[in-house]
Design a protein around this ligand. Structure first.
Ligand code: SF4
Ligand code: SF4
Length: 473
């Protein structure tokens, strides 16, 4: 039975409720009166529930889809402005005891190179990432209590934060590791992590169990209830995501939004981010063997509907997607992207050679350097941002959500984007990127509405030119 407040996975992600939602969406997909009401509600910026969002997703009328896109673009501008936050994944270890059938790190894959970074190797990786200009990382590791225990992850986080190379620093470490205990989440919180990210992969329990035939991840309830444990452990910024392509996308969107609604109902804070990965080719994995792949059109529609359903939740898209797809969905609500990612273990300091046995999790579609990505964003009038200010200023959980829902967060995001972009231009950009960036900063300074903030931002930009670093609002 569906119960949004329950702490049991099968009650807050009730299969019956999702089936009823999809039937309701089918019955109403051409009900223009209802659709207009849903769009009017979304226009208020208060979000949509899973039933309303599912009706929009089922609707195939071109005019409605265009209205969804226009609204998503508007909401993105209102809540996020034109800044796009950049980050990179850092793979620590690909040892894994699970049997996920869509991931080449699964235990039975014997023709992938297994690697686990030592602290010395991490220093090299982080130095290479800092030399590109990255300030924000998402660490990734397979689930393996012997090779990757929580103590290893904590040691890695300490090492990452400790490295200061030239003007470089990693200022925010987000963590993407397997579902774990409240006690371990508390340890991660104490280690100063940003967001805890865990993809659900699929909300469909029966499929979930088939796709995860062996290993601890097989336990659907333990996995699905992980975010509640993370919040109990004090982590108030959590990141959701499904792997589109595993199950029917309409089922997944309903489940994803039900999960967000559950977190808000129980903990008073919705998800900090939602990621929208799509199944990709990798060693041992052919995405064509999965029946539920989605087209670029459907993908764009999903991104837009997520944007209008949870306006206060950041949306992340990775280098799994090509430049073309990224260009298409950026205006529809994406607020964070990865750049120059390597999905192999140790791949930043020692890129894998073609003839080498790979350790990568998936093929990267967007292979550009970080400087190319920054340059590309600016040419499209986006403001690349390396900001990590919020959790360092204690703006997490409900404090963050309050600021975000009232759109006040823009007063921080925009100046912080300018300041951190300026640091990037001074320390890492090529000459062409630097010149484009200087002009962009000049223009964007004028768009800071409060005079005091504008003046202080301009002052910080001068200070950065004079060698100082790490200012924030
Ligand atoms: S998806 Fe995660 S848990 Fe599953 S095999 Fe890959 S690394 Fe392991
Ligand atoms: S101010 Fe906060 S929400 Fe805005 S970009 Fe920085 S860290 Fe993100």
């Amino acid at each position: 039975m569906y119960n949004i407040n329950s702490l049991k996975a099968e009650e807050f992600i009730s299969h019956e409720e999702i089936e009823a939602t999809l039937a309701y969406a089918d019955a109403n997909k051409d009900n223009l009166t209802l659709i207009d009401e849903i769009l009017a509600k979304a226009r208020l910026g208060k979000g949509l529930n899973h039933r309303e969002a599912s009706v929009l997703l089922a609707c195939e009328q071109e005019d409605t889809i265009q209205q969804i896109y226009t609204l998503a673009e508007q909401i993105k501008k209102d809540y996020y402005g034109n800044r796009i936050v950049l980050f990179a994944p850092l793979y620590l270890s690909n040892y894994c005891v699970n049997g996920c059938v869509y991931c080449p790190y699964h235990l039975k894959n014997k023709h992938i190179a297994r690697k686990k970074l030592t602290q010395e190797e991490i220093k090299k990786e982080v130095t290479a990432l800092q030399d590109m200009g990255h300030k924000r990382l998402a660490i990734e590791a397979g689930e393996d209590p012997v090779n990757n225990p929580i103590e290893y992850i904590l040691e890695c986080i300490d090492t990452i934060y400790s490295i200061k190379h030239k003007n470089g620093a990693i200022r925010r470490v987000n963590v993407n590791i397997a579902a774990t205990t409240v006690e371990n989440y508390r340890k991660l919180k104490d280690a100063g992590i940003g967001t805890y990210i865990l993809f659900q992969e699929t909300y469909h329990k029966e499929s979930y169990e088939k796709l995860h035939p062996t290993g601890p991840k097989h336990d659907y309830a333990y996995h699905t209830e992980a975010m509640d444990r993370a919040m109990e452990g004090g982590i108030d910024d959590v990141g959701l995501g499904v792997l589109f392509g595993l199950e029917l996308y309409r089922y997944e969107l309903a489940g994803l939004l039900m999960h967000a609604e559950h977190l808000e109902a129980v903990h008073g804070v919705g998800p900090h981010t939602i990621s929208v990965p799509r199944l990709k080719k990798a060693d041992d994995i052919d995405p064509d063997t999965f029946d539920n792949g989605i087209s670029d059109d459907t993908f764009a529609k999903i991104c837009a509907i997520i944007r209008i359903s949870v306006p206060y939740t950041g949306m992340i898209i990775s280098t799994r997607e090509s430049q073309t797809v990224r260009e298409r969905v950026l205006p529809l609500g994406v607020s964070q992207i990865s750049g120059a990612s390597k999905t192999s273990v140790g791949g930043y300091a020692n890129p894998e050679q073609e003839e080498e046995i790979t350790s990568a999790q998936f093929d990267v579609s967007d292979q550009r350097t970080l400087d190319e990505v920054v340059n590309w964003l600016m040419k499209m009038d986006y403001l690349p941002s390396f900001c990590t200010a919020c959790y360092r200023e204690g703006r997490t959980g409900d404090r963050f959500m309050e600021l975000c829902k009232s759109k006040q967060i823009l007063n921080c995001c925009h100046p912080n984007a300018l300041i951190t972009l300026k640091e990037y231009l001074e320390d890492y950009a090529c000459e062409e990127t630097k010149q484009i960036g200087i002009k962009l900063i000049e223009r964007e300074l004028e768009n800071i509405p409060k005079e005091k903030v504008r003046e202080l931002t301009a002052q910080h930009i001068k200070d950065i030119e004079n060698g100082q670093r790490d200012f924030r609002f």
